[in-house]
Write a protein that binds this ligand. Sequence first.
Ligand SMILES: Nc1ncnc2c1ncn2[C@@H]1O[C@H](COP(=O)(O)OP(=O)(O)OP(=O)(O)O)[C@@H](O)[C@H]1O
Length: 470
Amino acid sequence: MTYPHNQKLDKFMENIPESLFNELSLPINFVDHNCTILVMNKAFLEFLELPLKDVVGQNLVDIDNTTRFPIVLQTGIPEIGKRHRFKSGKEAIVDRIPIYDGDRIIGCAGIIVPSHLSPDSIEWKIRHLIINKIRPDYKTRLETDSSSLIPKYTFDDIIAKSKLIQHFKQRAKSFSKTELPVLITGESGVGKELFAHAIHSASQRANRPFVCINCAAIPDTLLESELFGYEPGSFTGAHKNGKQGKFEIANGGTIFLDEIGDLPPIMQSKLLRVLQENQIEKIGSSESKEIDVRVIAATNVDLLDKIENKVFRSDLYYRLNVLNLNIPSLRERSEDIPLLIEHFKSLFYQKNGIYKTFSKEALKILSGYTWPGNIRELKNIVYRLMVIAEGPEIGFDLIPQDILEARYHFYVDHYDPNDILENKSTLTNIMKEIELQIIEDTLKLCDNNKSKTADVLGIQRMTLYRKIKK
Ligand SMILES: Nc1ncnc2c1ncn2[C@@H]1O[C@H](COP(=O)(O)OP(=O)(O)OP(=O)(O)O)[C@@H](O)[C@H]1O
């Protein structure tokens, strides 16, 4: 295959034989930097329900105006495993992978992954092969999602309808226009890492590395070499070629220092020096190297408290906390819960091809829960329910006991002792009242179905009748 307009792309594609390309049942296309189609295989044309004629040279937007290729060509940010509705109304999971020549975007590849395909299928494997060929650095993300140099998320991935989070998204977007350090605080699982990725993705550095390091997950003895690297032979057991540190890898881009509150004091001093001087010194080296790295740090502990207890340096805190985002917990924005459940359902579907709905009662219970583990906990529960539900609908009965019980604690916690004094109630009467309230609420959730209510509450149907009658 040759692409007269683009020698670089030509070189890039020269190893892919056209015959093989057209035989693939996986729809694939390539466009140049103007979104002009360079290749669209038979499977792609068939998927778009287009006649099997040559579309090379046409603009993809003219063929399918729903395409997001122009956006990917502009941002340079890959979109992998995204759900897309085509002009024909068909839906599928798609990958859009920008192709670079150095820093320049010269084209984009698109793959449609029909939703019935299992991750074990040959097409799925070919998809991985193609992505890895275009972006070898993306391989890690597809497999483990953990140590890639490419940000995993953009602001579009932060799902929220609450005004509260919209406000934080807006603020974070304005932070991405600057080069200043950002400190993201908030409880565990609220999306701090997600925000860090999004800030980088929307910044001038989007096409440069995004390097994450979890300061709590690395033993103190290894932290220095992880962050700053070492020279060959600088200590026993050192790799003979030495090692690049995370700061050096992140040069030109962003480093995300997660769980910064757990950084040991000695490393706090070293980090402070790096931030002040913009220079790193590898272990075993006497020379400093200039670096240009934007720092985003996150923590779920109270750093001011740590400063007061003299376990965190206040000067480092002020260096990191130039811009601050204190992400609210999920219980402060419970109106986002149904939307997040919908989002995780569709993510699960994209990955596993399994789609289930939640019953009205189940949704109501999940929306009323306080989610101490925040969005991470919600995501895990949604995935777990998708796996364990046998039928197409996830009902009340599958909700974990601790979530159901938490509702009952709510009644107890919210009982006003003044009512006891005013009404001169006895403990037995108070307990009965609470019990009745729970029964009434559960009956409502179960559309007045008494057998179901008894089942959910774990009592006999006759006991339920007796309690209602009383
Ligand atoms: N608004 C959101 N929309 C969609 N997914 C979200 C949102 N917020 C968080 N998540 C998801 O919830 C999970 C936890 O988020 P993340 O790791 O960013 O939290 P965190 O605050 O950094 O947690 P920790 O303090 O434990 O490191 C991730 O899978 C993330 O993708």
